[in-house]
Design a protein around this ligand. Structure first.
Ligand code: SAM
Length: 285
């Protein structure tokens, strides 16, 4: 089977199967060899690795992964793609196809079965409509994994990597950076896909920390502070927390900010992850 990264091969496959792209599944298939090589390289895939691919589509990236990895598990929601994948991936005996919604798959159980619970790598050109639930689901369910290397909407990649005081900094930045170190590998223009998406894309690698970079007594409480702070990002931190339904008095917030040497008028967007952790420990008693 020829490589689907060759646009002509992808076009022939569309015709052969009379394939109709489904917008609701975020189907934009990659047709750029350089981008695919960059993704595999950034993920550091080797013959020791079991890789989970989310949304293989026609199997364009799966072909590259199958050549680089020990084993690939590819989870695709669209059942019309399964016979196509069986055809485009017939030369590889190290790919397991699963026709399922990734949000319904017990990934930790899959990793246990396929890699005896040892960390896997996740590589994907993600369906953009569910980028955040997929990534946060992988982190929060404590699936053993080394890194996640994914194509996402460019703005989302910027938000994941943003630091305090920037316009892109928000709840997503803090949530991702609590679990992993983000690195934007490449920006990818719309002409690298069929059909072309109407947004720019970027490849980002999230390397999971062995241990979170900050210590906090109750993660859930810290993230409720984070969400409340950014829900009303133009308000001061203390007003956002009070209006955001955090069950603490204004006096306690003022005193916590004082202990942390922070101004009473500071906004949430100025706080680092470490400061949110500290604030959480002060308020959560
Ligand atoms: N990997 C292919 C490529 O790079 O050419 C296709 C990427 S396309 C952006 C996203 C893929 O994810 C599509 O094949 C789509 O059908 C699939 N998908 C969408 N929602 C999904 C879900 N909930 N679970 C699994 N796959 C999904």
């Amino acid at each position: 089977m020829k490589k689907l990264s060759n646009p002509q091969v992808t076009i022939e496959t569309i015709k052969k199967y009379d394939f109709a792209f489904q917008k609701k599944f975020g189907q934009n298939f990659l047709i750029d060899e350089h981008v695919l090589n960059k993704i595999i390289l950034a993920a550091g895939v080797t013959k020791e690795d079991v890789v989970l691919e989310i949304g293989p589509g026609f199997g364009t990236m799966t072909q590259y992964l199958a050549e680089a990895a020990k084993e690939v598990i590819a989870v695709e929601i669209d059942k019309t793609l399964i016979p196509i994948l069986q055809d485009t991936l017939k030369d590889y005996d190290n790919v397991t196809l699963i026709n399922e919604d990734i949000l319904k798959v017990d990934i930790a159980d899959l990793v246990n079965k396929k890699n005896s619970g040892k960390p896997i790598k996740v590589v994907a050109n993600l369906p953009y409509y569910i980028t955040t639930p997929i990534i946060m689901g992988l982190f929060e369910s404590h699936v053993p994994l080394e890194n996640i290397t994914v194509m996402v909407q460019k703005e989302v990649a910027s938000r994941m990597q943003a630091g305090p005081g920037t316009k892109d900094y928000g709840a997503l930045s803090l949530a991702v950076q609590f679990y992993a170190k983000p690195y934007i590998v490449a920006n990818v223009p719309p002409n690298c896909f069929i059909p072309r998406p109407n947004v720019g894309s970027a490849v980002i690698r999230l390397t999971k920390w062995d241990r979170p970079p900050v210590k906090v007594d109750h993660e859930t409480f810290m993230f409720s502070l984070v969400r409340a702070s950014f829900n009303q990002r133009r308000k001061t931190l203390q007003n956002s927390l009070i209006n955001g339904g955090i069950p603490v008095t204004k006096e306690r917030i003022v005193s916590a900010l004082k202990k942390m040497d922070l101004s009473p008028t500071i906004r949430g967007e100025a706080l680092t992850l470490e400061q949110f952790a500290q604030l959480s420990d002060y308020l959560d008693t």
